[in-house]
Design a protein around this ligand. Structure first.
Ligand code: PEP
Ligand code: MN
Length: 357
């Protein structure tokens, strides 16, 4: 009797081992499928295919298991493998941490942004309004900030919620920036809203910003991937961190590795701040991607009174820099006046970066 039982148990042990080997073989194939799918941006999960596989198995059933047992067993197997495929999907991305020998440092016309570098400060008005406005700020910034850590931000093409709001100086703004750069020798970041602007931005704007509203403008992302100009990709206020990384992948996959990510707040039910700064996005990105990430302390909060605390939090979380809106007269600003810092307010938050000063 015992012998009989031992014999059957040995057969079951053998079958377990064969099942394990078969499942391992299946896992390898699932990983291959996931890699192909990620290269063509196809969804990792295909529920219709799972249904077809179950139907086929039920047709081939010999009757030792009920249909319900077969369905339960295989649905479980599919779900375990789906998780595996999703992980492989992320690991297969060019922007994934495992895909670069070291963390990416992006060189924005001499300002190096990334790990191992002191945090960069991307500061300036929401929108460039006039030569006087820009010069008042630039005289201050170039005097007070180290040249290798400062990038001048200024919107020239502003996507505005209302079509009747001031939308930036456009081509005249680009000419003004070119003149200012000759005088102040500063790198400039500005938002690019369409591939049609690429020729005009070339040689004038050093860091091309993709705004939150354009994070999923895949045509724009692909076109920016064909350049070698550094790109600042802002997270949409309705996007997950994974979606941000996938948007970055659109640029990266076309051959442009010079990408800086930007957390700028997401939409929640909180109403005392303009958006909700998702500070955890910074370590999440750091643990998943080799790309640098900065934090926009202006659009995320919409509140100058929180700027110092939020800048400190960004640096504590490991951000490679911050973006902040500064205006010589915020109450006269043509856009986002309520959230822009005056020079006095900026001078106070500067202490977060230079505590000894
Ligand atoms: C900006 O930085 O000028 C801007 C419009 O920000 P966001 O795209 O994050 O709203
Ligand atoms: Mn703004």
């Amino acid at each position: 009797m015992d012998e009989e039982l031992d014999k059957i148990r040995r057969q079951i042990d053998d079958l377990n081992l064969r099942l394990l080997r078969l499942l391992e073989e299946r896992a390898d194939l699932v990983k291959q499928v996931a890699a192909v799918k990620s290269s063509i941006q196809a969804p990792a999960c295909d529920p219709k295919r799972e249904d077809r596989m179950i139907t086929r198995l039920l047709e081939q059933s010999r009757g030792s298991l009920t249909d319900g047992q077969i369905i339960g067993l295989f649905r479980h197997i599919f779900s375990v493998f789906r998780n595996l495929a999703e992980q492989v999907g992320l690991e297969g991305l060019g922007v994934h941490l495992s895909r670069a020998p070291s963390a990416t440092v992006v060189d924005v016309a001499g300002v190096k942004i990334g790990p191992g570098r002191p945090p960069a400060i991307l500061a300036g008005p929401c929108a460039l309004e006039s030569q006087e406005q820009a010069e008042e700020l630039l005289a201050y910034f170039t005097r007070e900030l180290p040249a290798d850590r400062f990038v001048f931000r200024c919107g020239l093409y502003k996507p505005r919620t209302s079509p009747y709001s001031f939308a930036g100086l456009g081509p005249q703004g680009l000419e003004l920036v070119a003149r200012l750069k000759k005088i102040y020798k500063i790198p400039v970041v500005s938002e690019i809203t369409s591939p049609k602007l690429m020729d005009n931005f070339e040689g004038v704007i050093d860091l091309w910003q993709v705004g939150a509203r354009n994070m999923t403008n895949f045509e724009l992302l692909r076109e920016l991937g064909r350049t070698r100009t550094p790109i600042l990709l802002k997270r949409s206020y309705a996007a997950t961190v994974e979606e941000l990384l996938l948007a970055a992948e659109y640029i990266y996959a076309q051959g442009n590795p010079h990408i800086i990510l930007c957390e700028r707040g997401i939409r929640t039910f909180e109403s005392w701040t303009r958006f909700t700064l998702d500070i955890s996005a910074v370590p999440l990105v750091k643990s998943t991607s080799h790309l640098p990430i900065i934090v926009d302390i202006s659009h995320s909060t919409g509140r100058p009174d929180l700027a110092g605390a939020v800048a400190g939090a960004a640096l504590a979380a490991g951000a490679d820099g911050i973006m902040v809106e500064v205006h010589p007269q915020p109450d006269r600003a043509l856009s986002d006046g309520f959230q822009q810092l005056s020079l006095d307010q900026f001078a106070r938050i500067k202490k977060v970066f230079f505590p000894s000063k």
